[in-house]
Design a protein around this ligand. Structure first.
Ligand SMILES: Cc1cc2nc3c(=O)[nH]c(=O)nc-3n(C[C@H](O)[C@H](O)[C@H](O)COP(=O)(O)OP(=O)(O)OC[C@H]3O[C@@H](n4cnc5c(N)ncnc54)[C@H](O)[C@@H]3O)c2cc1C
Length: 577
């Protein structure tokens, strides 16, 4: 039997696999991934990974930036563990071969990043995720015993009596449906940006792990906090990394004016400066865009209103050495050259602060079930994640979850539970029935689009109670209609329609929890801005939202106090020394 089964081959999943293999080589560990591991979304991360390294920096300052950046919603014990372990993890990657960019004297180079008041973001040009994932992947190859299920799609967690016993998965190539018994399962399935229509997220980011946990009885946490990144290309949603602003890029409106100076983020500086206004946190910058739009100072395009990112003053040399991928993306996808042209950009859904509720070791309330990476909510990101904290989060909590799961497996040497066969058979029959399908009804793609637009309308950068309440009804209705969709492909091999249907159900679960949590939180904090409750309300909401799936399938939200260790709630101040 598998001791530790990891769902996900991105940064968090692979880091967890290495931790298990290193702890005890006799443990059987498997990585199941719906895409070949190197195609996981981690590969597309550009800007960098934060970890204190400079002599002028301290661990406490990284903690403080993360906590204030998250509008005091992060759990401070988790943040402390994260900040203390991040540099060690980044150095470990160096030893495994990650080609971090260097200063001329050979030291690891760091760049400024949004909301970070010291330079602590390590990078490998602007292809950090590619190099990081490559390094992890090649390291897993050292361990011959890591079993890989590449292009297998997990549809269900087997859970009995409050304990996980394995998963049911479909081999996409053949359509084979298999139950894989396991003593522990780690969910490392990444985020859920595809719930929205306009996102930087890869098509595979459909929140599967969140829905798997939710159905298995583990609550989700802080689902209302969805991060918009201020600079996406208008048509594709492709990300122009924050590193472009860290290297000195400006945001200007239709009058050529650096508008961020109007939003209490600091004053314009001619050269990049650590606390320059372009490096304010993402929630504030995305909100500033909406205000510019309301003032008529954005530019209308067929793909929505935009402002411009101006990199022209950086010069070709700097662009080519520090952010070559930005130039490549602009040329290929926007038909322009940032060395000579302005880049049109608009805010785009980028990251999910919420996720599966875990403790500091990745454990969920379901025994043997763990989660790490973007699918988890430990929580270090609170109401707004700082750029470059996510990659190290995958490393730190991937390792912690791997170690904790391995220890659980070592102390629970029991055999296969009866539930494995019975639940596996039920799930196989359900999937086979779905594949036989109906020939009439609506198509998955149409329902998906309606869900995405419902979410954008109700749970975007600004929200209000009336629109959210309507979205609750719309999503409930879409859920009913999703049970009766038309299904054309009855084949077993590469049945992507079946996968798309599974993902639609997953996304509807996630969408319902986002809307329910957003409706319940009657205050504004970080990325959650309610026009009907415009102020932060610490008296009532200095607390996480915890959402369970009620017996009737609807989300049920409660609050859980935030852990405060050393930093009492304060004001978020940017652009001032
Ligand atoms: C364009 C972009 C740029 C970014 N840049 C940065 C940056 O510079 N710095 C930073 O800190 N963060 C960045 N982020 C965020 C960061 O990259 C992600 O949060 C992080 O990489 C997520 O890693 P993960 O391991 O949790 O999940 P992912 O890398 O998304 O991997 C998820 C894995 O789960 C598997 N999976 C999912 N569902 C199933 C299923 N049902 N069955 C089987 N397998 C499944 C997938 O196949 C995949 O292997 C960026 C994000 C994007 C989108």
């Amino acid at each position: 039997m598998i001791d530790v089964l990891i769902v996900g081959g991105g940064g968090a999943g692979l880091r967890a696999a290495i931790a298990v293999a290193e702890l005890d080589p006799s443990l059987k560990v498997a990585v199941v991934s719906k895409v070949y591991p190197m195609r996981s979304h981690t590969v597309s991360a550009e800007g960098g990974a934060a970890g204190v390294i400079g002599l002028d920096d301290t661990l406490d300052e990284h903690c403080y930036d993360t906590i204030s950046g998250g509008d005091w919603l992060p759990d401070q014990d988790a943040v402390e563990a994260f900040v203390y372990e991040a540099p060690r993890e980044l150095m470990q990657l160096e030893h495994w071969g990650c080609p971090w960019s260097r200063e001329p004297d050979g030291r690891v180079a760091v760049r400024p990043f949004g909301g970070m008041k010291k330079m602590r973001t390590w990078y490998a040009a602007d292809k950090t995720g590619f190099h990081l994932l490559h390094t992890l992947f090649q390291t897993t190859l050292k361990y011959q015993d890591i079993i890989r299920y590449d292009e297998w799609f997990v549809t269900k967690l087997v859970v009995d009596d409050g304990r996980v016993h394995g998963v049911v998965a479909v081999e996409i190539r053949t359509g084979r449906i298999e139950t894989i018994p396991a003593r522990t399962v780690i969910l490392a399935t990444g985020g859920c940006g595809r719930v929205f229509p306009f996102t930087t997220n890869a098509a595979i980011k459909t929140g599967d792990g969140m829905a798997l946990a939710y159905h298995a009885g583990a609550p989700l946490k802080d689902m209302e906090f969805v991060q918009y990144h201020p600079t996406g290309l208008p048509f594709t949603g492709i990300l122009i990394t924050e590193a472009a602003r860290a290297e000195g890029g400006w945001l200007i409106n239709k009058d050529g004016y650096r508008y961020l100076q109007d939003y209490d983020l600091g004053k314009p500086t001619p050269t990049p400066k650590l606390r320059s206004m372009e490096l304010g946190p993402r929630d504030r910058l995305s909100q500033a865009f909406v205000h510019e739009q309301e003032k008529g100072r954005t530019v209308d395009t067929p793909y929505g209103p935009v402002v411009y990112l101006d990199l022209r003053h950086l010069g070709e040399g700097k662009i080519d050495t520090r952010i070559p991928f930005v130039r490549e993306l602009c040329r290929s996808y926007q038909n322009l050259d940032p060395a000579t042209d302005l880049i049109p950009v608009r805010p785009v859904v980028h990251y999910m602060m919420g996720g599966v509720h875990t403790d500091i070791d990745g454990a969920t309330p379901v025994a043997g079930l763990y989660a790490a990476g973007e699918t988890a909510c430990v929580s270090i990101n609170g109401a707004n994640r700082l750029g470059s904290n996510s990659l190290p989060e995958c490393l730190v909590f991937g390792r912690r979850a791997g170690t904790a799961a391995a220890e659980f497996a070592l102390s629970h040497r029991d055999g296969e539970a009866a539930a494995v066969r019975s639940q596996g058979d039920d799930e196989r029959r359900r999937l086979e029935r779905a594949r036989e399908g109906r020939r009439t009804g609506e198509h998955v793609a149409d329902l998906r689009e309606q869900m995405q637009h419902t979410l954008e309308g109700a749970a975007g950068i600004y929200r209000n109670g009336d629109v959210l309440a309507k979205a609750v009804d719309t999503l409930a209705e879409l859920r009913q209609r999703a049970d009766e969709v038309c299904f054309d492909d009855t084949g077993a091999a590469f049945n992507t329609e079946l996968i798309n249907l599974q993902e639609l159900h997953t996304m509807l679960d996630v969408a319902q929890t986002i809307v329910a949590c957003a409706l319940n939180r009657q205050e504004s904090r970080g990325a959650h801005q309610r026009t009907d409750f415009a102020a932060r309300d610490d008296a009532n909401y200095l607390a996480h939202s915890l959402v369970h799936r009620a017996p009737d399938g609807t989300p049920s939200v409660t609050l859980l106090p935030v852990t405060i260790t050393r930093w009492p709630p304060g004001e978020r101040v940017y652009g001032r020394d």
